[in-house]
Design a protein around this ligand. Sequence first.
Ligand SMILES: *[C@@H]1O[C@H](CO)[C@@H](O)[C@H](O)[C@H]1NC(C)=O
Length: 212
Amino acid sequence: MRPCMSPGSFLLALTLLCILLGLGCPLSCEVCKGSGPTCSGKMKTCEAGKDACVVVVGESSTKGHHAVNTHKACMKFSDCYSGFVSTTMGPKDYMVSNTRCCQSDGCNHDSVPPPQNNRTENGLQCPACIVPFQETCQGTQAAHCVGQETRCIYFAGNVQAGIINTKFATRGCATESACLAQAGAQVPSASYLYFLRRADCLPAPQSPDRAE
Ligand SMILES: *[C@@H]1O[C@H](CO)[C@@H](O)[C@H](O)[C@H]1NC(C)=O
């Protein structure tokens, strides 16, 4: 017996059908997470509502432990920012990333250039804290902003790291681009997936020890 349609023409027919009926056709994206400036993984069909493919390359320091990671996934296009983001919570705790969002099957296959990491202080500062397992934090320390960071952020919600999902709260310096993240968004970083319930953003004040 011969199949009545080859897999290729079946997919084509399905695509045509959902275009004709005005249905949202599911997108397929490459999905992977790994250390280094790129990763490769399997193509996966995105769940409903995730209408973009994303690739994030990030460089981070966690208590001085330095890492470069890449993450490719499906996400909601309206939550996806293409470009550079920098956040600093302390001299040894920061993250810079480059992200690209796109909307065709497998379009996140190619990686993005690793982000620039300009650690030169710019004279601004923000209340800072990083707290796992809680949804608020005091910000009693001060982070010195670097490079293009001109905003103070207060992000909180849940963070998924592998199979572990826990509450988090963090405050510190960020580029204006980080302020596009809205409460309710699911935002992938190079290593984690953040579910934001709080995404406050204010202009960063001058550091008092720099003021003349
Ligand atoms: C790095 O950041 C500092 C402070 O904002 C700025 O003056 C400098 O021009 C930046 N350097 C580069 C290479 O972007």
